[in-house]
Design a protein around this ligand. Structure first.
Ligand SMILES: [Cu+2]
Length: 299
């Protein structure tokens, strides 16, 4: 790819898609993100939620009332990607730093859910979700092999917690667009459903996020040949739920209750506004992590 390469966006279709996807959506965890904010640096790799800490979410600095990931800079910290143009379908070494207000790279991050850095990637039509964990070199440069299959504009979220100059934990999600040149064929958001299929597993969602109400949202995983496959903790929780708002790609990362409820993973969410959301539930069975995807429409 050269400097002069062109992104051939299917503009007309994109406008239609945006119109379809336009709007607001959903929620936040039931409590302020104290679990993230107070997670000590010395947290063991075996992070779990002690009883009473409750569910919480990554990102945001205001108690989780708003989505995050919409800005490249927040609270004096800025995401600096080494490159933002990637070739389609080719694995490249994605590199980035988080710099402070003096443009010094941050080199110390808190371990939250077993990792100091959570990387989420999705194309702007909410396809192609990936949840990755890059490695940091001593100079604060993070790197990860990344392959973006198809052309389009992709959203990269860096979800992390650092300590501010006063030593207070600060959970941030900074986001930037990555460009993959080529013919972009956007996929319309799938219809809202409470069942998702992935790799022979059926994941059923029970509950519906509502506005102004803290509502439970449960996910039950079954398989045709095994009605109750054993869910395993993944990154210190029985499930990780990322919700991305259609229209602006506002980001939420919610963690569940520490224990399964009748075999289901239980989250708590509030929907602050009407609209469409894409939910990505990471779960682990027999050592393999899979992602179930749902569209949720909040009226
Ligand atoms: Cu992660």
């Amino acid at each position: 790819m050269t400097e002069t390469s062109t992104v051939r966006l299917a503009t007309g279709t994109g406008v239609v898609l945006l119109a379809l996807l336009g709007g607001f959506a959903l929620g936040r965890a039931v409590t302020a993100p104290t679990g993230i904010g107070t997670q000590p640096a010395a947290s063991s790799d075996d992070h779990s939620h002690p009883a009473g800490t409750g569910p919480h979410l990554h990102g945001g600095t205001d108690g989780g009332d708003e989505v995050s990931g919409l800005a490249v800079s927040d609270s004096g910290y800025t995401l600096v990607p080494r490159r933002t143009e990637l070739p389609a379908g080719v694995e490249v070494d994605l590199r980035f730093q988080v710099v402070d207000a003096e443009l010094r790279p941050v080199t110390s991050f808190e371990v939250v859910h077993d990792k100091p850095m959570h990387l989420i990637v999705a194309r702007r039509d909410l396809t192609g979700y990936q949840h990755l964990h890059p490695q940091m070199s001593p100079d604060g440069t993070w790197s990860i092999p990344l392959r973006l299959a198809d052309p389009g504009i992709w959203r990269l979220y860096t979800d992390f917690t650092l300590r501010d100059p006063g030593g207070t934990p600060l959970a941030l999600t900074l986001g930037v667009d990555l460009v993959v040149a080529g013919d972009y064929t956007p996929t319309a958001l799938p219809a809202a459903t409470d069942t998702a299929e992935v790799d022979g597993f059926t994941v059923r969602m029970r509950g519906a996020p509502q506005r102004a109400v803290v509502a439970p949202l449960l996910f039950e995983v079954v398989r045709a040949d095994d009605p109750a496959p054993r869910l395993e903790p993944y990154l210190g929780a029985y499930g990780h739920l990322v919700a991305v708002r259609a229209g602006d790609l506002g980001y939420l990362h919610v963690h569940p209750d520490p224990e399964l409820v009748d075999g289901a993973v239980k989250f708590w969410l509030t929907a602050p506004g009407p609209g469409d959301y894409r939910l990505f539930l990471d779960f682990q069975v027999a050592g393999v992590v899979r992602t179930a995807e749902f569209t949720v429409t909040v009226s």
